[in-house]
Design a binder for this molecule. Sequence first.
Ligand code: KG4
Ligand code: ZN
Length: 342
Amino acid sequence: MSTFTSGPLVLGIETSCDETAVGIVRGRTLLANVISSSVNEHARFGGVVPEIASRAHLEAMQSVIARALDEAKVSLNDLDAIGVTAGPGLIGALLVGTSAASGLALGLNKPLFGVNHLSSHLAVDALTDTREIKPAIGLLVSGGHSSIIELRDVAREVHVLGATIDDAAGEAFDKIARILDLDFPGGPAIDRLAKSGNPAAIDFPRGLAESDYNFSFSGLKTAVSRYLQKSPQVHRGDLAASFQEAVVDVLLTKALAACKETGIDRLIIAGGVAANSRLREVAAERCAVMKIELRTPPIALCTDNGAMVAAMTSLVVSAGVKPSAIGLEAMSTVPLSQPTWA
Ligand code: KG4
Ligand code: ZN
């Protein structure tokens, strides 16, 4: 491998769900971020259909890689490493990414790194903020996960403090959106609708105690759907805003309690739900009061993308982690405590 002047040149491939995405970074600098999404093909089913997602990845892969190389103005031979999301995610979708990455690494004789999709959501922060990211408390909120993490070193050492025991935060947004007949995915739709409502209109339950770092959103979901059955004439903006307020309150109360207990005064919020405007707003207010340094990736880098995989891989390469085996095994479930693949 070459000696890096400003960090390794890494191409990262992401195919864990419905986005075929390729990012290219040099060290902590983003050079390209190309995404082809099959979201419209899933919309009428109200959720992602795995077979449709896998086929769309196969069809899009080559052109997305070519567009990313073009955007970054680099060639395949210039690369120092290839990174790929190897889990968690839809197994058929992941396999398209790991096969493409293995083929590239083998053909180009470049090191291959399988990385954890969840760690990558947090690592993307490194591209837009050059300050140190460790240690930090991570609040990872996506369609499949809600976790609070003690981040000592995102490339090597993360410690999960709590996770969802039922629905993930994004899943709760998606399900409530469906009850309200809003578009899929539901998060952005609720975010928009909530702007026309009063977040204090309805006092929805907050679930588990503050000191418990696990999350449960099923009680809240039931409360919202009961409320709608009981009062079908309710102002929908008020309902959306009050639901969103409850989710935001629970997420931040627990994440900030973790900061306080561990004495770590830095909070990174990442994953698709980190795009939520109210979560970003309330996080900024509460962190300012508590003198906690808040880090949230730009909205475009919160939902799934290839830049996050390239960023994670770049941190992993720089940390001196050994490459993964060619043909590494994609895994549909992987704990956050496993950042890379052997
Ligand atoms: O991280 P992500 O793109 O995919 C997974 O790894 O799951 O997260 C997708 C989730 C979806 O549930 C979507 O509804 C939610 O993120 N989401 C939002 C917003 N934008 C996306 N939730 C709330 N507010 C948003 N603005
Ligand atoms: Zn994700």
